[in-house]
Design a protein around this ligand. Structure first.
Ligand SMILES: NC(=O)C1=CN([C@@H]2O[C@H](COP(=O)(O)OP(=O)(O)OC[C@H]3O[C@@H](n4cnc5c(N)ncnc54)[C@H](OP(=O)(O)O)[C@@H]3O)[C@@H](O)[C@H]2O)C=CC1
Ligand SMILES: C[C@H]1O[C@H](OP(=O)(O)OP(=O)(O)OC[C@H]2O[C@@H](n3cnc4c(=O)[nH]c(N)nc43)[C@H](O)[C@@H]2O)[C@@H](O)[C@@H](O)C1=O
Length: 324
């Protein structure tokens, strides 16, 4: 049975993943007063001294690091300085302050974009640092790789002496409740939900999709991601260590199969009920041609995705309708 006593800090609790983690911790019986949160306005994680003060005051037992500067292909390509700087600062501040305040267990959320653009498919954890990255999100990916290496380095230097165990999970592309539906800066699923919905409402004859439609993507519903995060956080150390190594400790979290962006567009159109045409703007970037995760490490650790894409898209569309 889960130990319900730890004091848990969820960084990024108002984001899509952080909010799902909080929902699941509460549903699992964690007392609300043991779940520590701060909004961005209350605590900017890029501010080192504020982060240190917060950790020294709260002294949590566990940390889910789900706060990050996040966005889709256009945002990553347009604001690379913000993506590398803010993510490096947030994770460095949180991981070091967690260590300094005595946090024993921390889970860092990375991304599938850490793998080389031409990595063999599906991409296993050992593909890390074997080749050049996808240019549209290289700065974000470099920050995420640094986050993995921060966790590993703190474990290697202080694991035995201080009993710390900092872990990393690498999510594939996510979607679901609480997503960012911005027309340009979002990921493809929320962007297409908005675009198809608006086209349906205005009886537009066609919807234009960025890129060629040929890239493949794997999509995981956010509740599955939250469940995987809690599962990995709670694995026995001996079990985790058996499936990882000190310098390759991260764990992929994927759905298990991918589809083309053209197929995704058809499916989103069906879910939304749009009956017009779809065309493609190939002047927009495609990004990585394919990035299917090999999630067998996590599966062998006893976890598997539950929500299929069609069901997840229906839930996401309901969420968009509720909040638009
Ligand atoms: N969404 C996806 O498809 C994927 C996400 N991931 C990773 O999963 C994690 C969660 O992503 P997701 O939930 O989608 O992201 P969201 O953008 O939904 O949430 C990010 C959260 O981080 C907070 N935050 C950002 N900057 C700061 C800051 N300087 N100080 C304090 N808080 C800050 C945001 O607060 P505020 O809104 O107030 O700024 C928000 O609550 C991230 O690490 C992301 O990189 C990985 C792969 C795919
Ligand atoms: C999770 C992941 O997210 C980003 O990488 P990405 O996988 O390229 O994510 P995306 O969701 O933005 O695009 C997926 C595909 O979809 C196509 N596409 C079509 N039409 C729209 C559209 O309207 N919006 C968007 N965003 N993409 C579109 C788009 O051209 C691309 O081929 C990283 O920067 C990084 O943040 C990261 O790790």
């Amino acid at each position: 049975m889960t130990n319900i006593s730890p004091k848990i800090y969820v960084a990024g609790h108002r984001g899509m993943v952080g909010s799902a983690i909080v929902r699941q911790l509460l549903a699992a019986g964690h007392a609300p007063e043991n779940i520590i949160t701060r909004t961005h306005a209350e605590l900017s994680l890029t501010e080192q001294s504020a982060v240190r003060d917060f950790f020294q005051a709260e002294k949590p037992d566990q940390v889910y690091l789900a706060a990050a500067k996040v966005g889709g292909i256009h945002a990553n390509n347009t604001y690379p300085a913000e993506f590398i700087y803010q993510n490096l600062m947030m994770q460095a501040n949180v991981i070091d302050a967690a260590f300094q305040s005595g946090v024993k267990k921390l889970l860092f959320l990375g991304s599938s974009c850490i793998y080389p653009r031409q990595a063999p498919q599906p991409m296993a954890e050992n593909a890390l640092l074997t080749g050049p990255l996808e240019p549209t999100n290289e700065p974000y990916a470099i920050a995420k790789i640094a986050g993995i290496k921060l966790c590993e380095s703190f474990n290697r230097q202080y694991g035995a002496s201080h009993g710390i165990d900092y872990r990393s999970v690498m999510p594939t592309n996510l979607y679901g409740l609480g997503d960012n539906y911005h027309p340009e800066n979002s990921h493809v699923i929320p962007a297409l939900i908005r675009r198809f919905h608006e086209a349906k409402a205005s009886h537009a004859p066609k919807v234009t999709i960025w890129g060629t439609g040929t890239p493949c993507r794997e999509f995981l519903y956010v509740d599955d991601m939250a469940a995987a995060s809690i599962h990995v956080m709670n694995l026995e150390k001996a079990t985790y260590d058996l499936h990882t190594s000190p310098m390759q400790s991260h764990i992929n979290v994927g759905y298990g199969s991918d589809i083309t962006i053209a197929e995704l567009a058809q499916t989103v159109g069906q879910v939304v009920g749009y009956q017009g045409d779809i065309d493609f703007d190939s002047t927009k970037p495609d990004g990585a041609p394919r990035k299917l995760m090999d999630s067998s490490r996590l599966e062998s650790l006893g976890w598997q995705a539950q929500v299929n894409l069609k069901d997840g898209l229906k839930l996401a569309y309901q969420d968009f309708m509720t909040h638009s």
